[in-house]
Ligand binder design. Structure first.
Ligand SMILES: Nc1ncnc2c1ncn2[C@@H]1O[C@H](COP(=O)(O)OP(=O)(O)OP(=O)(O)O)[C@@H](O)[C@H]1O
Ligand SMILES: [Mg+2]
Length: 276
């Protein structure tokens, strides 16, 4: 790496090269393969509410949401701007906590976990793709992809090999040494998807993954999600404003008035907000 890194990144990068084992890895003790269609949902939200206070004003964004994601699911979630889609996905991705209600991952209620254990559970089970990519600017593509492995205690040649395999999967092998500012938007999103997949999560959550991309590049990204779902069996949840993206998903849901209304793919929303 040619540029000087900030303290934190420098530590992570040095650590990745050394390939030491982390004592934090797998602290939750949850098997990565737990859950799924036979053993219950991979991810389950039950009675989830989220309220924000800004000064004296309270906003209830999510109201009593029940939602399950099973192995093999390809689920789209639509909703108008400000309806709470990112709030919902952040709670599903263990990036935020509900005000009320419970979240189960691989059969385990994560409500009582502290932040470190929550991060470990996320690292073990969930890949998250952000609308704005959120790649670390001073790291190369492969180093960005290898980051989740560092948190799992995998570094050195092993991490590099696995990162490069993931980059190959998203057709980015030839850009492994490029930094994010040397990549196009679609290429950065591919790297972000490789990063989300490198630790073989059972669930991939994507918050408007095509929002910042032109239509053709967006279609390519959706094709990639479908392939991951179809071929690799990853459960995929996509937040989108694009009906074309939603049409390609087997399950469609809409966030309305704080509730999740699910409807048959291509059909009209059911009147009752609920899970399956
Ligand atoms: N940290 C916060 N504090 C207070 N209110 C918040 C906070 N985060 C989100 N909100 C409010 O929650 C509501 C839902 O926001 P959210 O980002 O989930 O919407 P969204 O459906 O993802 O919208 P978009 O399609 O524009 O991305 C908004 O009204 C927003 O103002
Ligand atoms: Mg959003």
């Amino acid at each position: 790496m040619s540029e000087r890194l900030t303290d934190g990144l420098e530590r992570v990068a040095a650590w990745m090269r050394k390939g030491r084992r982390s004592s934090r890895a797998h602290r939750t003790g949850m098997p990565a393969s737990a859950g799924g269609r036979r053993g219950g949902p991979l991810l389950g939200l039950s009675g989830v509410c989220k309220r924000y206070f800004v000064g004296p004003v309270e906003t209830e964004v999510l109201k009593d949401v029940d939602l399950e994601v099973h192995a093999g699911d390809l689920l789209s979630i639509m909703g108008s701007s400000g309806s709470g889609k990112s709030t919902l996905l952040n709670i599903m991705g263990l990036l935020d906590r509900p005000t009320e209600g419970s979240v189960r991952v691989a059969g385990q209620d994560v409500s009582a976990m502290d932040d470190d254990a929550l991060s470990d559970a996320r690292n073990l089970h969930i890949g998250f793709v952000f609308q704005a990519f959120r790649l670390l600017p001073r790291m190369s593509a492969w180093e960005n992809v290898a980051l989740p492995l560092a948190y799992r205690g995998v570094g050195g040649d092993d991490a590099r090999r696995r990162a490069e395999e993931m980059l190959e999967k998203v057709a980015m092998s030839d850009r492994a040494r490029y930094r994010p500012d040397q990549l196009s938007g679609g290429q950065q999103q591919r790297v972000a998807i490789a990063r989300a997949l490198v630790s073989s999560p059972a669930i991939l959550l994507a918050d408007e993954p095509t929002g910042a991309l032109d239509p053709d590049t967006g279609h390519e990204i959706v094709r990639l999600f479908r392939e991951l779902n179809d071929v690799d069996g990853v459960a995929v949840v996509i937040i989108t404003h694009d009906r074309g993206v939603a049409r390609q998903c087997a399950r469609n849901a809409r966030l309305v008035d704080g509730g999740v209304a699910e409807h048959a793919a291509g059909g009209a929303p059911a009147a009752v907000a609920a899970s399956r």
